[in-house]
Design a protein around this ligand. Sequence first.
Ligand code: NAD
Length: 396
Amino acid sequence: MKIETITICGGGNAAHAIISIIRSHFSGKLNLFLPYGNEAAYFQKLIDEKGFLTATIGDNKLYGRPDKVSKLAKDVCKEADLILMPLPAFAHEQTLLQIAPFFKEEAIIGAIPARSGFEYAALKILKDNLKEKVKIFGMQTLPWACRIKEYASKVDILGKKGSVGMAAFPHKITSELASFLTQLLDLKIEPLPNMLTLSLANVGQIIHPGIMYGLFKGKEELKYRKEEIPLFYQGVTKEISQTLKTMSDEILFLTKEIKNMDKSIDLDQVLGLKDWLIYSYKDSIADKSSLQSCFVTNSAYKGLRAPMKKIDNDYFLPDFQARYLTEDVPYGLVVTKAIAQLAQVDMPIIDEVILTVSKWIGKEYIRGGYLEGKDINDTRIPQNYGINNLEEIIIY
Ligand code: NAD
């Protein structure tokens, strides 16, 4: 696999982490596509001043700088052999639409993380732009927790996962690409057999909406003082862990039904939530005996609190516009529900979570038990891309 130029799209937390990590393992050209706000100007200054973006990982520091940055896709995408999109899922389509006219036909384009249904949107946009040979991939999660400390200057990389799954289309490129990404990102990238695994095994769709539902259902208007803001992951109670387990079981049941319909499809990597936590965080979890203890005793989750918005000097309310809902529902849970609808599988608890939290974010996805709510077109369900049966989902 000959990768001489990499272009990163976006300049958020994940992009900051990736720039410094890649720069430590890649000597080719590194470009940035930054159409958003005045992000390009900050990175241009870094380049002009020959400064470095510094990433702190524990006691280590990594230093990186892109070679070229632009607000315009045509300036930074034409030579790219690999295009990375470490972006929130709601920015994937608009980014793909901007870059598609300019990149090489053989380029590889990947979303980190993919969330659910990435392949439906990506392949449609690429096909519309006559990019028949292009290759896409998605990663199951972002491998790190990361926060910008100072824009285009400093980023903290906190937790690092042991390994992360990656699926590609066409499948034949997966294992070579996984080896390349393992070196590039300095982390074990596990090849997954297909992109459907990514959608079904998107654990963010269970954890984030599920915990928000558990923490705040019936307490939507309750005000919290700063010190009372609940821990998010480590605040998982027995009851919340039961909701999460049922959501996970509903997805596992759907997975089993899909396998019954087509014995040739490999969905073995769609793990139950507890198994995934142990697999991904084996060294950080002190007590692996129950799903609840996997959250509560996981040091990677230590101290992380529920998303809140300040309403006055003393009080906070839950922030229902947080990514945990605005990304993980339309680009996660609703996509899985849509696949279940095609497979004629019921998901009563997932329905209940979607119905409840979509009201909180001011959206309607489900009406009369079906994905026919007024905002369904804003989601990444396969039906929005003309895919209306399970056979086509399996072919993807
Ligand atoms: P972020 O909010 O820092 O990224 C925002 C960046 O995306 C912006 O700076 C901009 O460059 C781009 N962007 C945002 N909206 C855009 C738009 N409408 N059009 C074009 N570009 C736009 O997000 P992040 O923290 O880097 O997260 C990236 C992905 O990783 C998300 O899916 C997130 O859920 C996931 N994730 C992040 C973390 C973390 O610790 N940061 C952890 C786990 C998963």
